[in-house]
Ligand binder design. Structure first.
Ligand SMILES: [Zn+2]
Length: 238
């Protein structure tokens, strides 16, 4: 445990994938013996959400239900002190319903010893004021790196063949990790799935990208992975 000795309730505002990656990096920094190398077994466990002192709540529904919080309540009684800190990340905290919020308020205000809340949202305006007022708020503006992320997205969702050289140059500038690559691939698949609903000529792209999920980049091979994806998507789009 490196520096999260103070119990805290934090709200991180920013694009979903960005704050999520930041949250993972934050927990890694706190537990990894090399302050978040992203390659050791601890960093990998955290990234895969299999680390014993970290949980991340997500939902694909329009809002969280009380039952979704059961996992948190089950953990919270087990956390015993600052020597055994625990990080609980709630993604899309704006989806916490009134009743969820009410059941969490006391715990957000006074986290149990060793407990750290990280609430994430890209829609702070939809977050309940009662929750927001209990948090230390940090806003994440996109950095150059994140601009690269959205530029790769733009290239791979364009409906005409782009300049491969320009794409190569973009990849050279960026340092996309394998974790970010998986998130980005998800975003791109969502885009083409939506597109293929209205135009079935894009179905080929969607099914190609879905095959890519099984071949997600290994550490260090993200650039090669994206180069191949770009070549394939470009040829399918035309
Ligand atoms: Zn590490």
């Amino acid at each position: 445990m490196n520096n999260a000795t103070i119990n805290s309730t934090q709200l991180w505002i920013g694009a979903q994938n960005i704050v999520k990656a930041q949250a993972i990096a934050h927990v890694q920094k706190n537990y990894c013996h090399s302050l978040g190398c992203k390659t050791c077994s601890i960093c990998k466990q955290i990234e895969n959400e299999q680390f014993h002192a970290f949980m991340m709540l997500t939902t694909s529904k329009s809002s969280y239900s009380r039952a979704d919080l059961d996992a948190i309540f089950a953990k919270i009684i087990l956390v015993r002190g600052p020597q055994e800190p625990f990080f609980c990340v709630i993604t899309q905290a704006d989806k916490l319903s009134d009743s969820c919020a009410n059941s969490l308020l006391k715990l957000l205000e006074e986290p149990p010893l060793g407990w750290h809340w990280l609430l994430l949202t890209d829609r702070p305006q939809e977050l309940l004021h009662t929750i927001k007022s209990r948090c230390v708020v940090t806003e994440f503006k996109p950095t150059q790196q994140e601009n690269c992320y959205s530029q790769i997205f733009t290239f791979l969702t364009a409906k005409k063949y782009g300049d491969i050289l320009e794409f190569h140059q973009l990849l050279e500038r960026t340092k996309i990790s394998d974790y970010e690559s998986r998130l980005l691939l998800d975003d791109i698949i969502k885009f083409w799935t939506r597109e293929s609903l209205s135009n079935n000529k894009y179905l080929g792209i969607t099914s190609y990208l879905q095959k890519c999920i099984g071949q997600s980049p290994m550490p260090g091979s993200s650039k090669i992975f994206w180069r191949n994806v770009y070549l394939n998507v470009s040829s399918l789009v035309n």
